[in-house]
Design a protein around this ligand. Structure first.
Ligand SMILES: Nc1ncnc2c1ncn2[C@@H]1O[C@H](COP(=O)(O)OP(=O)(O)OP(=O)(O)O)[C@@H](O)[C@H]1O
Length: 697
């Protein structure tokens, strides 16, 4: 018995498998517009369309004076076209035929001349006939279309109602306007707008999402507050973050925000606004420190009260002046060589020089001529003399005690704006005590007095400010053995010019500052004078000092001299207890730079080398370089061998002192080559650059 076929077995068939029917391509369903699907949407659409129409009518109505102008231009263009069509290029062709006749006539008599002339004349005749025909045709076409237009218009005007006339008038204007459209687009597209110039709500949404401060789905919740507006060289704006997200989140993403805006993070300010969720942003589309600015003090005449008003020494990111209150913040300025420490000091000096109540005392450890111009104003001015610094710093410490007692005796708690004038008279002014180049004085082993100097300066920095004694220390060697821990800590204000390394930057600004983004080693090399400043009043900010030229210094020194003379505050006009004591102890004064007026004083000055003199000579020109002639002239003031001899010609003099200099340089082991420099008149000459000389030191 045959077993029944199991269900699982495939059915056998003799017919080949039928191929699958070809798939019909399926279109995606066409989406229907929302207004078709719902009455509500349709009503909205109608309102929208109506508003648009009203807007369009209003816009075009207010622009009708333009369209009338276009229309006039359009009809003029049509007339020109009509005239050109009438001429076609027959005139040109006729002119060519006439030229051909002239050329044929100019040929020598003969068969070719006659034949060429005949051919040209025949051509002219044919062209004239064709031209006449063309003009006739043109007139007929003009006549017919003109007749239709005139008849139609007359009928419409005479028989049509007012709206037909209106339509006709509009058609006339429209036709003219159409042909009279301006050839250039009326509004030129703004040229390559920078991304930052579009700072607004939309940009901020994108930027905050791209920087990772908020998620994409919350971007719509970012709201602009007020309008983006220009502030200094950039644009300022405020936005409210989505609820629950503090603005501080965006502030921590400064680098990413800067990247999203396509700017450097130094060109950007991010701050938390009046409420936690409000973000204040300021951004420039270019480096705000790439410019050089002049001190506003140079235009200010008369005396200055630096205690009350401070000194504008630099400009900030937004072009705003950075005011240094030389009042209760001792300051340390550090940075690599030629990076602008001296320029910041020059700005401070502009202010204090014109404040008659400030006793300026400078200990210049570099020994250059940088401060010589101010010498006549200075209560104390000494170059490279550690022993004298040790004495003066001790005397200033004693002066602090004297001041404290005096204030106490007279019932003053401290110096402030209300008692300023009386207290100044009582104390004999404020002290601004500047040590320019700590490395000459404080590192271990530089002199017998290094410990004493470091200790005295640390104490003055710590307690002096409250009693009107302010210390400003400068160093190009920001290393811990130069600015020993206590000395640095006691300087409340710190300014770091470009440094060689992040460690050097931290030595000035404080440990861990690079980690927070305050790294002076990252300051661009081509922006001398730029710095990070940390003071209690300013917080940590960036700035660039104003440029002060040698001429500016001269001008200010002269003004300051008058101001101080008038106020009876020039060094010899008032009793200075510190200089009196110093003279008693050492037998020599250093008021106004001492007897020579250049700060070279004392029984044991650091011996000045030839290199010191060369540096003085180059710095003294105000151009940071000196020609050989200028160097010789300077050396002649310190060494007789460089002076002119009787009967010596210029050539002989130059040859002789050139040899003396070469021999002296060799003896000191100085290997500095004379290079091309500019003279004061801008010509070329051989000489020495200050940078090279300082590098040699
Ligand atoms: N704010 C500034 N704007 C423009 N140029 C500046 C500025 N500051 C400094 N410079 C330029 O840099 C040069 C060096 O500046 P400065 O003499 O102040 O440096 P320094 O750090 O004191 O040098 P040194 O190491 O010799 O003490 C200046 O001669 C000037 O040309």
């Amino acid at each position: 018995m045959a077993t029944p076929l199991s269900d699982e077995r495939p059915q056998l068939t003799l017919v080949k498998e039928t191929p699958e029917t070809a798939r019909v391509f399926e279109f995606e369903k066409r989406p229907r517009p929302a207004w078709m699907m719902s009455g509500e949407q349709l009503r909205q659409w109608a309102v929208y369309a109506k508003d648009n129409t009203v807007d369009a009518v209003r816009f075009h109505a207010t622009h009708s004076p333009y369209y009338l102008g276009w229309s006039v231009r359009g009809y003029r263009r049509l007339c020109l076209r009509w005239w050109e069509a009438r001429q076609d290029d027959y005139r040109q062709q006729l002119a060519t035929a006439k030229q051909m006749i002239r050329e044929a006539k100019s040929q020598p008599r003969g068969s070719t001349r006659a034949a060429d002339e005949a051919k040209a004349r025949a051509l002219r005749t044919v062209l004239r006939a064709e031209y006449r025909g063309h003009k006739r045709q043109h007139w007929i076409r003009t006549g017919v279309s003109g007749l239709i237009v005139v008849a139609g218009a007359t009928t419409a005007v005479t028989m049509g109602s007012w709206w037909v006339q209106l339509l006709l008038a509009l058609a006339v204007i429209f036709t003219g306007a159409y042909f009279g459209r301006p050839e250039e687009p009326a509004v030129k597209p703004i040229q390559a707008p920078t991304r930052t110039s579009h700072l607004g709500e939309e940009t901020m949404r994108r930027v905050l999402v791209e920087s990772g401060a908020i998620s994409e789905k919350r971007a719509e919740e970012v709201r602009g507050v007020g309008l983006p507006h220009t502030e200094g060289p950039g644009i300022a704006y405020e936005v409210d973050m989505p609820s629950g997200i503090p603005a501080a989140v965006a502030v921590t993403k400064k680098q990413q925000v800067a990247a999203a805006l396509a700017v450097h993070q130094d060109w950007l300010d991010l701050e938390v606004g009046a409420i936690e969720s409000r973000l204040k942003i300021w951004v420039a589309s270019d480096d705000p420190f790439s410019v050089v600015r002049r001190s506003p003090l140079l235009d200010q005449k008369g005396e200055i009260n630096t205690f009350r008003d401070g000194i504008p020494v630099a400009f900030g990111k937004r072009g705003n002046p950075i005011i240094l209150h030389v009042r209760d913040t001792s300051l340390i300025v550090g940075g690599a060589t030629r990076r602008g420490k001296g320029m910041l000091l020059a700005n401070i000096l502009l202010g204090v020089a014109k404040d008659p109540w400030v006793n300026i005392r400078i200990f210049d450890g570099k020994g250059t001529a940088e401060h010589n111009l101010y010498a006549p104003l200075m209560a104390t001015f000494v170059k490279r003399n550690p022993e004298r610094l040790a004495i003066v710093s001790r005397l200033i410490k004693e002066e602090i005690d004297r001041r404290s007692d005096l204030l106490d005796e007279h019932g003053y708690e401290k110096i402030d704006d209300s008692n300023y004038a009386e207290v100044m008279k009582l104390l004999g002014g404020r002290e601004v005590f500047i040590v320019d180049e700590l490395a000459t004085y404080t590192p271990k082993g530089t002199s017998r007095w290094d410990e004493e100097i470091t200790e005295n300066l640390s104490q003055i920095a710590a307690v002096g400010a409250a009693l009107g004694v302010l210390l400003i220390s400068i160093t190009q060697v920001p290393e811990v053995d130069v600015i020993r821990g206590r000395l640095r800590q006691n300087h409340v204000g710190r300014a770091a010019m470009k440094t060689e390394s992040g460690t050097a930057s931290n030595t000035i600004l404080g440990d861990g500052m690079t980690g927070q983004g305050y790294d002076a080693s990252k300051i661009p090399i081509d922006q001398a004078g730029r710095f990070w400043l940390a003071t209690p009043e300013t917080g940590v900010i960036q700035g660039r000092s104003y440029l002060v030229t040698a001429d500016d210094k001269r001008q200010v020194a002269a003004e300051a001299r008058e101001i101080r003379e008038h106020a009876v505050r020039l060094p010899w006009q008032w009793h200075d207890p510190i200089e009196a004591q110093l003279t008693a102890e050492t037998g020599i004064t250093s008021a106004a730079g001492g007897p020579g007026g250049k700060g070279r004083i004392g029984s044991a000055p650091v011996a000045l080398t030839l290199l010191d003199h060369l540096i003085d000579a180059a710095a003294g020109t105000g151009r940071d370089e000196a020609t050989r002639a200028e160097v010789f002239a300077y050396l002649a003031t310190v060494d007789d061998r460089y002076g002119y001899r009787v009967d010596e010609t210029d050539g002989q003099y130059n040859a002789r002192v050139g040899k003396v200099l070469a021999a002296a340089m060799k003896a000191e082991g100085l290997d500095i080559k004379a290079v091309k420099v500019s003279t004061a008149e801008g010509k070329e000459a051989r000489g020495f650059r200050l940078d090279d000389l300082i590098a040699a030191r």
